[in-house]
Structures are given as structure tokens and as C-alpha cells.
Write a protein that binds this ligand. Structure first.
Ligand SMILES: *Cc1c(COP(=O)(O)O)cnc(C)c1O
Length: 374
């Protein structure tokens, strides 16, 4: 078996039909009907009232931060182990990302380390449901209530996940999704902000579209500085087809993630993300951490070996406190993020994606088992 990519999108429903419709009718800007259909269907999939589609997940985060009123000089708590967009979105506003290490078992933000980072400037907590696993929201709610903070969820990796029976998208004040090609649901490039709050919804609509007034009066008077973050109808057409099959794609990812866990559970020195009982993960990427002393080879040696067997992998994210672009936000030193450092130095993604299939997973797992014996 040769060349298994780390992730391929699966577009197995009405995607092409809807795209053809959008193109052949000429509705290719953001004015077409698929935009609203996609927003409504995805928001309702999230058990949420309102969805505002945008052109990628990074600007979804930016828009969500604007909507909850983050301003220059405000501090926003974020996990140190996340994709860099979580931090950049805060920086775009001149606000300050404040990093908190993650838990060694769930790899999600450690609620017990948040309070010590809160100051009079702190305005919000951004939780990231990393690899599709929702955070311990009850603890986050307590802290947010105590310090009067907004909660924003970066759910770019977490479409359809649940916490205590509630869908992601209805867990925070406002939630940002990405539909990049490797996410569980995809439009190639795209994103959405989801909320149950009418005011936040209106803020998103307003700033997404250049701060045109929302009453539909196109008088070309702009009271505020806005953005063009609109999503094309062509991509929304793909999105609608993806949402129609969202549960199918979700189940695929979950069953594949569980197959990896089952096949590799007896291999010593391989650590999986622990699942907290309240959360239902949607297994975005199948990440593993290598304990080199126990496994017998380092992470980099395994990556090299898998590559020689045609298996593509990726490194884990590097911590926010170690990003050259973000060093000024790091605080005292590197040592306060031991779990993030451990993850980024020893973690890798195995091939994931809704269309991967069990045959390839079995092959990949066998290579990992064989390599240990060498
Ligand atoms: C993918 C991702 C984003 C950014 O989404 P884009 O659509 O690529 O801009 C943000 N946060 C996390 C956690 C992600 O995984």
C-alpha cells in the first residue's frame, strides 16, 4: 500500500449538484440562496439559533471577538496548545492573548490554571475543543461567572461534538467553526460563527459585511470600520451538502478514531487523548504522543519510518508561547507550559479523514506495531 495522505476531504453527497446549480444560475457571490440555507442548516445542526458564514475559520474567530466587544488592550485567555489562528485573531484587535497550559490527559485547557492568569483587563476565555473533544465547560462556566467573562469557543476541529448532551455551538456565548479542507465538515475554505444571542448575531452580520447598515438601506454610509468576510455561494453550496450528511461524516470519524485506539491500545509507549466522561469527541485528527523510552523509538524516527512505508503524518502544533511572532505575550518563561511542550515535542497525527477506511487504518497500525519490534 502506498502514499496514504494525512487527510483528504470526503464529498460524497449533493456537493457537485449544488455547485453546478450555483454556477449555472450565475449566483456565485455571497448573495445566493445557498448561503442562508447553509447557515440555517448548520446552526440548527449545532442546536443553535443563528449562523453567520464567513470565508475561513480564522476570520470567524476575529468576527466572534469583535461581536463580544473585545478591544485594544483587553486580555483573552487561550490555551497554549492550539492552532495559531486562535492567538492571531486576538492580536488582530490589539488585544492580548494570555496563554494557559493544557491538561496532560485531555490536551484541553486546564481550568485549574485559569484563575491565576486573570487580571482586571481579562474580558473573555477562548476554549478550544482540541482534536474534537469539548472542554470541561462546567468549570469554565464557574470561572466566567465569577469574573464576569464572555466565553468564545474555537470549535474549528469539533463539528457535532457534545458536552453533557448539548451540541458544540450552544456551549459558549459564541462559537467559531472552520470548514477548511481537513476539517470534519468542509467547504475547502470557509467558516461560520454560531450563537444563540440575537445581539451578537447582528454584530456579526454588521461587521462581516463592511458595516453596511442592517436595515437594508444601502446609502453607502458606514458608521464603523467593517470587513469583507463573506462566503461565496459556490462554497456555501458545498457546505449545505456537507451538513446534509453531517451525521454520516461524524460517525465515520468516530469509528475510525476508535479503530486506531483499539488497534494500538496494547502498543506500549503510545499515548492517546483521554476522553472526559461528559464530552463526546468527534475525533478530528488522530493524534498520538510517543513515549520514546517505552516505545523504543522517538517520534521523529517513527515519522521517518512511516513515511518510508507510504504513510503521511504531521507534527503536532507548536505551543503559542514558543511562536517567534508571539514571544512578547509569553510572560516569564517557557517552563510554565510543560504539557504543551511535551505534546509538541512528541506528538504526531496519523492519517485521518472521513473517507480513510479501516483497511488503511489496519495497515498503518501494523506498521507502528512492526516498527516497535525493530
Ligand atoms: C483550522 C483551525 C483554525 C483556522 O481555520 P482556517 O479555516 O484554516 O482559518 C482555527 N483554530 C483551530 C483550532 C483550527 O484547527
Amino acid at each position: 500500500m502506498n502514499n496514504i495522505p494525512v487527510c483528504e476531504p470526503l464529498l460524497s453527497g449533493n456537493e457537485l449538484q449544488y455547485v453546478l446549480d450555483a454556477v449555472s444560475t450565475g449566483w456565485i457571490s455571497s448573495s445566493g440562496t445557498y448561503v442562508h440555507k447553509f447557515e440555517n442548516s448548520f446552526a440548527s445542526y449545532c442546536d443553535s439559533k443563528y449562523g453567520v458564514s464567513v470565508c475561513n475559520g480564522t476570520v470567524a474567530l476575529h468576527l466572534a471577538l469583535i461581536a463580544i466587544g473585545i478591544k485594544k488592550g483587553d486580555e483573552v485567555i487561550i490555551p497554549s496548545f492550539t492552532m495559531v489562528a486562535s492567538a492571531f485573531a486576538v492580536c488582530y484587535l490589539g488585544a492580548i492573548p494570555v496563554f494557559v497550559d493544557v491538561k496532560k490527559d485531555t490536551w484541553n485547557i486546564d481550568p485549574s490554571k485559569i484563575s491565576e492568569k486573570i487580571t482586571h483587563k481579562t474580558k473573555a476565555i477562548m476554549v478550544v475543543s482540541i482534536f474534537g473533544l469539548p472542554c470541561e465547560m462546567n468549570k469554565i462556566y464557574e470561572i466566567a461567572k465569577k469574573y464576569n467573562l464572555k466565553i468564545l469557543e474555537d470549535a474549528a476541529e469539533s463539528h457535532g461534538s457534545e458536552y453533557k448532551g448539548k451540541k458544540t455551538g450552544s456551549l459558549a456565548d459564541i462559537t467559531a467553526f472552520s470548514f477548511f479542507a481537513n476539517k470534519n465538515l468542509t467547504t475547502g475554505e470557509g467558516g461560520m460563527v454560531v450563537t444563540n444571542d440575537k445581539k451578537l448575531y447582528n454584530n456579526c452580520l454588521y461587521y462581516r459585511n463592511m458595516c453596511f447598515s442592517l436595515d437594508g438601506n444601502r446609502n453607502y454610509i458606514h458608521q464603523d470600520i467593517g470587513y469583507n468576510y463573506r462566503l461565496s455561494n459556490v462554497l456555501a453550496a458545498i457546505g449545505l451538502a456537507q451538513v446534509e450528511k453531517a451525521d454520516f461524516y461524524r460517525k465515520k470519524r468516530i469509528s475510525q478514531g476508535r479503530l486506531y485506539e483499539k488497534k494500538l491500545q496494547k502498543v506500549k509507549g503510545i499515548v492517546f487523548q483521554a476522553k472526559n466522561k461528559e464530552s463526546k469527541s468527534v475525533y478530528w485528527m488522530n493524534g498520538i504522543v510517543i513515549d520514546a523510552k517505552v516505545y523504543g523509538h522517538t517520534r521523529d524516527e517513527l515519522i521517518h519510518y512511516l513515511s518510508s512505508k507510504g504513510v503521511d503524518t504531521r507534527l503536532f502544533f507548536v505551543g503559542m508561547h514558543r511562536q517567534p511572532s508571539l514571544l512578547k505575550y509569553r510572560g516569564t518563561n517557557d517552563n510554565t507550559f510543560p504539557v504543551t511542550n511535551w505534546l509538541s515535542e512528541n506528538g504526531l497525527y496519523l492519517p485521518s479523514g472521513s473517507g480513510l477506511g479501516s483497511k488503511k487504518i489496519n495497515y498503518i497500525c501494523q506498521q507502528i506495531i512492526d516498527f516497535q519490534k525493530k
